[in-house]
Design a protein. Structure first.
Lengths: 306, 489
């Protein structure tokens, strides 16, 4: 009897973890979907539940209302929330570069459109738009919107913030032919700051340190599988897209995944490092402070080390 | 079975085939002209029908949308005149749906803190679920309507605007899963400042049903594009609302579709013929006046020309049957007409085999063939008699020839025998004559040296040979005498 008990270890209850993504279902989260669907989380002893937010509100309100164990935020959003007194810890970083673009509606250079209406996303505020607005003294009329495409189509705005993996592709998909002269790429003008990462509250991290580490390892495994099997990963993505009733399609998701995988390559090493870069945190903190977007400086240590 | 060669040797077959070939050529020329003319007429008629159907659909939708606009505009005046009564906004919102059953939702929404005591969010929203109308204040931290298209666009443009179809992203209060388009317009206060927006919603299903019903041909279909090329209505429902006409071009440029999409979202009213996935398509497109959307009707060429193809099929079948009947009837008539010729051909064949007694029927026909038949019969009979006469004379000549041949052979035999006898006798005389000659020469040359005995022997020899020659000559004379007697009549 003793031998049998030793050979059959007691069934360990998988640790529950609710992850809320930063947007509706799309290829941006392929690594997480794959880690779940391919059983990487389960193999790590995790019972991860992936949920998607409503875009009708801000990340701060989502965080307060939904209280997920982990939430995906851009680096700047996380720093903003931390500076407002909500201690967060980055447990996994999938973006290594800025995907942010500023795209003019009309045939202009976006940085020559002083005083014009520029749309940013309410569900994921584009801090870089505020920063460039202040630094270049553009005096933009910044419009917080839920979705940019119809504002852009209607001509109600003069420019929009966009990510290279989503909104930019949506504009192309809407028949816009956008020349380079109409696009301001932040990463090419000294504003290459990492974006999406997974954050938990400091208290959660302290109580579930191993869970967070296992989550990070399994997620990394998921992304590496995605990089090796993009087409199979897309099938998994589309399953989530349909389940979430996200307004998108396979073609756009294919382009999105290509771009997301590209953005994961570190600018210096050209490898997928899945880490927060100290230099980018320091730069983001400095720029946000200079533009009044942070109440206080946020350090690399408090963001990454409990 | 008759071989092709037989047919080629048959006058009736050749005449029939040539007749049909000539008629076919004339038919082909005539039908080609007719088909070319008909094709153009059918094309014009069918395209006209398609265009009319599309125009009718667009007009119907435009009129319906115009009615929505009028209803909304009327209520807007009421709202703007009662801005000081915020609670009345719920009544107005509900009243819009009660008086316009075609509408599904209505929002009267205001700028943050416009009504201080109502807080940051104040939006009177009513929804008609088909059975009843529910009303609520839909604004909240979780539903920040100020950031939404239907609120932002008319506010920023400061004019009414048809919002592109959208799906609500709310998970509390009245949760609606339908896809809507909204006619939204700014609400102004007495100073002319925008203080909110007023929107009425119409479900996309209404457009879907109306547009899908626009189907003038069995395989034609209609799709509706939003301003950004989104398929608002499409027969492939997996594309509907999720893809745009430019989606496929994200991976690989498709100039045909892109060009059509650009023309449509630019609000052009047009028609073009294009090849897509190997199929020729006729595409009509027309914009809506109110919404900036564009509807396209796609008609496969097979549908456009279906009446023409039907006409072609019928004419081809009738022509083929006609030509077949023409071939058979021509064949029958010609065969019947030239049948006597066939008999004459047989008779000629018999004549060639020296048979002059074949039966040739009398003909009562008065045409060339009848005359030919009668003349041929007369010729056959005349030729038969002549040939009989020649045969009789030939037989006499042959008998005489046989007799002459026999006599000739006999004479020839006699001649041969005579020559043989002569040869034999000549040959029998030659040795004794030679001996006589030799002995005589010897005696003449050697008589001085010869002994008498020898001389006597020589003379005896000469005498013996001379006797022998004499005998032969006698025999020859006797034979000549006998022959002379034989020949004497």
């Amino acid at each position: 009897m003793t031998v049998v008990l030793l050979l059959c270890p007691p069934k360990v209850q998988a640790e529950k973890m609710v992850l809320m993504t930063s947007w509706t279902a799309q290829a941006q989260f392929a690594g997480y979907y794959v880690a779940f669907e391919r059983g990487f989380y389960k193999a790590a002893g995790l019972d991860v539940e992936i949920t998607h937010p409503t875009l009708a509100t801000t990340p701060m309100i989502t965080l307060q209302r939904e209280q997920p164990d982990a939430i995906m935020l851009s680096l700047m959003s996380a720093m903003d929330i931390i500076s407002q007194g909500v201690p967060l810890v980055n447990i996994f970083q999938d973006s290594m570069n800025s995907s942010n673009l500023l795209i003019a509606r009309w045939d202009n250079d976006p940085l020559r459109m002083t005083g014009r209406k520029v749309a940013i996303f309410n569900a994921d505020p584009n801090y870089l738009a505020y920063i460039v607005n202040k630094k270049e003294r553009l005096n933009y009329d910044i419009i917080r919107c839920m979705s940019h495409i119809n504002l852009f189509l209607s001509g109600a705005i003069d420019a929009t913030m966009a990510t290279s993996y989503n909104e930019y592709l949506q504009l192309l998909q809407a028949g816009f032919k956008i020349g380079n002269e109409r696009i301001y790429r932040f990463s090419e003008h000294g504003y290459n700051i990492q974006e999406q990462g997974v954050y938990v509250s400091r208290s959660y991290y302290q109580a579930h340190t191993q869970t967070c580490q296992k989550f990070a390892a399994a997620t990394r495994q998921g992304w590496e599988w995605v990089a090796d099997h993009p087409e199979e990963a897309l099938k998994i993505v589309m399953k989530y897209v349909r389940s979430d009733r996200a307004v998108t399609n396979l073609t756009l998701q294919r382009r999105m995944l290509q771009e997301v995988l590209n953005l994961q390559l570190d600018a210096d090493s050209r490898k997928r490092e899945f880490r927060v870069r100290r230099d980018m945190v320091e730069k983001a903190s400095r720029l946000m402070l200079e533009c009044g977007l942070l109440k206080r400086a946020v350090t690399f240590e408090e963001l990454t080390v409990p | 079975m008759k071989s092709m060669k037989d047919y080629r040797r048959s006058l009736s077959a050749r005449l029939s085939v040539w007749t049909v070939l000539v008629v076919t050529a004339i038919f082909l020329a005539a039908l080609s002209i007719m088909f070319a003319e008909s094709r153009d007429h059918v094309r014009q008629d069918t395209l006209g029908k398609a265009r009319q159907t599309l125009d009718g659909t667009v007009l119907h939708i435009d009129n319906t949308l115009r009615a929505v606009e009028v209803a909304a505009n009327n209520m807007l005046r009421v709202i703007e005149n009662n801005l000081d009564k915020p609670d009345k906004m719920f009544d107005y919102s509900r009243q819009v749906l009660e008086t316009n059953p075609g509408l599904d939702g209505c929002s009267i929404s205001f700028e943050p803190f416009y009504y201080k005591d109502k807080g940051e969010y104040f939006s009177a929203y009513s929804y008609n679920n088909g059975d009843s109308i529910a009303t609520e204040n839909e604004g909240a931290n979780y539903y920040q309507y100020h950031t939404m298209d239907w609120y932002l666009i008319p506010k920023l443009l400061d004019r009414p605007y048809w919002i592109e179809p959208y799906q609500e992203d709310a998970d509390w209060g009245i949760v609606v899963q339908d896809i809507f388009s909204s006619y939204s317009q700014p609400i102004h206060d007495k100073a002319g400042k925008v203080v909110g927006t007023f929107s009425v919603d119409i479900c996309l299903n209404w457009f879907s049903d109306t547009v899908t019903a626009t189907r003038p041909f069995p395989n034609s279909y209609t799709f509706l594009l939003g301003r950004g090329g989104t398929y608002l209505v499409h027969p492939d429902t997996t594309k509907q609302f999720y893809e745009t006409i430019f989606t496929t071009s994200l991976l690989e440029s498709d100039s045909t579709i892109e060009s059509l999409g650009q023309a449509m979202i630019a609000g052009e009213d047009g028609y073009r013929v294009m090849t897509y996935h190997g199929e020729r398509l006729h595409v009509f497109y027309k914009p809506f006046k109110n919404t900036g959307w564009s509807v396209a009707m796609v008609c496969p060429e097979s549908d456009i020309f279906a009446p023409f193809r039907q006409l072609q099929r019928t004419v081809r079948i009738v022509t083929a049957i006609g030509l077949l009947l023409l071939l058979l009837s021509t064949w029958y008539i010609v065969s019947r007409s030239v049948r006597p010729l066939q008999k004459l051909v047989d008779s000629t064949h018999q004549l060639a085999q020296h048979k002059f007694t074949g039966e040739i029927a009398d003909s009562t026909r008065e045409d060339e063939i009848g005359r030919l038949q009668r003349r041929f019969k007369a010729m056959q009979q005349s030729l038969g008699k002549y040939v009989n006469k020649v045969r009789q004379q030939s037989a006499v000549l042959e008998a005489r020839h046989a007799e002459l041949q026999q006599a000739y052979d006999h004479a020839k035999e006699e001649e041969r025998m005579r020559n043989a006898v002569l040869h034999k006798m000549t040959k029998g005389m030659s040795a004794p004559v030679a001996d006589i000659t030799a002995v005589s020469r010897t005696i003449c040359e050697e008589y001085e040296n010869m002994t008498d005995d020898y001389m006597v022997a020589m003379v005896d020899k000469i005498e013996t040979d001379a006797h022998q020659v004499g005998e032969l000559l006698n025999e020859l004379l006797r034979a000549a005498q006998e022959e002379s007697n034989t020949r004497r009549p």
